[in-house]
Design a protein around this ligand. Structure first.
Ligand code: HEC
Ligand code: HEC
Ligand code: HEC
Ligand code: HEC
Ligand code: HEC
Length: 345
């Protein structure tokens, strides 16, 4: 048993404007792989698969691919008073076919045609959730993307939704609404002007990859090019979750203060039912614990975007051990996502 020598003094505060230049380590492929539900079937029926097999595979494992078949969603849908109000974001009509007069992305997309929705779940064509078309289909059969490079395969048009300086609007369209277990965390991103700090949803949730833009069977291989993985980085990956927090130790009035800053650009945790516990221990040269402090954040006591919490440790020691534990409805067991030893300042 650990002995609590000092009680944790806690403070939630908006941090001063954060350094936009802050560099993050490169994103890794999400791990563990998404274990949410059975794999999507019938991918060969997605027309894009023929030439963009890698992208289709990445996307198929995500909750974008499974947004319509996802079991927790189906359960809530069955209980929803107006289930048709749920279809908008889980099985949307292509967003760029419903732009506002000023070219803006709809803040509440329309659902796909009822004739597509109401077919049985076994008919996979109908329910590829947030599909390739949802994001990439443009007017008149065009495909919207980051380059607008010419190809025989389809008319590609360069569009703001896919450029680093403006791509968050696409994500915000569906992620700003609070509904069911969903917290509209994209609203935090907008309200705290994260974009002006150089942050974007794609920049954190879609890892950079180098690969050919397409590979069509029987055609000469295209050279690799910089793109983005469609496998979404999620907090079920402990390595990714650890990136939510920046840690620093300060000496203040004879005490050590571990400052934990939310570097996500939106509140943490981002969904109902998740609990994150942060523990700090001051240890001496022999490894004995001199002082410890703990703080838990959850739905009702979340850490706001750019917000910080402080864990105060009193006593004399040699280093501080920090540990973070994640509990969530989607995880069978609690997961340690953060383990770090900090030298004293
Ligand atoms: C404005 C867009 C939007 C609408 C409308 C919407 N959702 Fe969602 N839903 C989302 C987003 C975005 C997520 C993912 C959020 C996240 O991961 O934090 C989500 C996730 C969920 C989840 C979590 C699934 C899981 O795997 O844990 C459930 C359940 C859910 N929605 C139910 C509903 C129900 C029921 C309705 C209708 C009452 C509805 N949604 C309407 C956008 C929407
Ligand atoms: C939620 C929206 C969304 C969905 C769904 C989506 N994409 Fe993308 N896609 C993007 C964004 C954003 C980029 C631009 C990434 C960047 O900054 O390079 C992109 C880029 C691409 C590119 C350009 C090359 C590359 O690797 O970045 C291709 C090809 C592509 N997507 C194909 C697909 C296919 C095929 C599907 C369906 C399996 C799909 N996308 C589903 C948002 C989406
Ligand atoms: C017959 C092969 C083929 C099919 C089918 C195909 N694509 Fe492509 N796509 C390509 C090729 C080739 C390129 C790359 C052109 C280049 O940059 O040289 C490309 C480029 C793209 C890009 C980047 C556009 C840009 O900005 O330059 C996106 C996004 C994309 N495809 C999405 C899709 C989606 C979504 C589908 C399915 C609806 C699809 N593609 C179907 C071959 C195909
Ligand atoms: C058309 C609506 C829509 C758009 C556009 C959209 N999302 Fe989502 N997103 C959803 C829904 C719905 C879910 C959850 C589905 C579920 O859990 O059943 C989701 C889930 C997610 C998740 C959680 C994945 C997980 O496994 O927990 C992340 C991260 C995410 N989206 C990021 C993005 C990013 C980044 C973009 C912009 C490139 C984006 N989304 C655009 C609707 C959308
Ligand atoms: C600076 C990096 C960063 C930016 C920018 C960012 N996110 Fe996140 N996001 C994270 C991290 C780290 C987590 C895990 C934190 C947590 O546990 O809630 C996360 C969690 C999420 C989740 C999962 C929530 C849950 O509880 O399951 C969704 C959905 C999501 N982000 C969507 C978005 C969208 C949409 C945007 C843009 C409006 C965005 N993120 C911008 C880093 C970022």
């Amino acid at each position: 048993m650990r002995v609590l020598v000092t009680a944790a003094a806690l403070l939630l505060a908006q941090a001063a404007a954060l350094d936009a230049q802050r560099s993050a380590p490169p994103l890794a492929t999400p791990a563990p792989a998404d274990e949410r539900g059975a794999p999507l079937e019938g991918l060969e029926r997605i027309s894009c698969q023929r030439c963009h097999a890698d992208v289709v595979r990445e996307w198929a494992g995500t909750l974008h691919g499974k947004a319509w078949v996802d079991a927790p969603y189906r359960e809530e849908l069955a209980d929803a008073r107006r289930p048709e109000s749920c279809h908008n974001c889980h099985i949307p009509e292509p967003l760029h076919l419903q732009l506002g007069a000023d070219g803006s992305i709809p803040q509440r997309p329309k659902p796909r045609d009822a004739t597509l929705r109401d077919v049985p779940l076994e008919d996979v064509d109908a329910h590829f959730g947030v599909s390739c078309e949802s994001c990439h289909r443009g007017p008149d059969g065009t495909i919207l993307g980051p380059y607008g490079a010419p190809t025989d395969a389809h008319v590609s048009v360069k569009h703001a939704s896919f450029l680093p300086e403006s791509n968050s609007a696409l994500c915000i369209a569906c992620h700003a609404t609070t509904v069911g277990p969903v917290i509209g965390i994209a609203k935090d991103f907008v309200d705290t002007e994260q974009h002006a700090q150089g942050r974007s949803c794609v920049g954190c949730h879609m890892a950079p990859v180098e690969r050919p833009a397409a590979s069509e069977p029987g055609k000469p291989a295209l050279p690799p090019r910089a793109g983005r993985s469609h496998e979404l980085q999620t907090p079920r990956d402990p390595g990714f979750l650890a990136r939510a927090f920046e840690l620093r130790l300060e000496r203040r009035d004879g005490a050590l203060v571990l400052v934990v800053v939310n570097a996500c650009g939106h509140r943490v945790p981002g969904r109902v039912g998740r609990v994150l516990t942060l523990e700090a221990e001051l240890v001496d040269g022999s490894g004995a614990v001199v002082a410890s402090a703990t703080h838990t954040i959850e739905t009702k006591r979340s850490l706001p975007a750019d917000g910080q919490l402080e864990l105060v440790l009193r006593g004399s020691g040699a280093s501080v051990r920090v540990r973070g534990v994640h509990e969530a409805p989607a995880l069978p067991d609690a997961v340690v996502f953060l383990e770090r030893v900090l030298a004293l300042p």
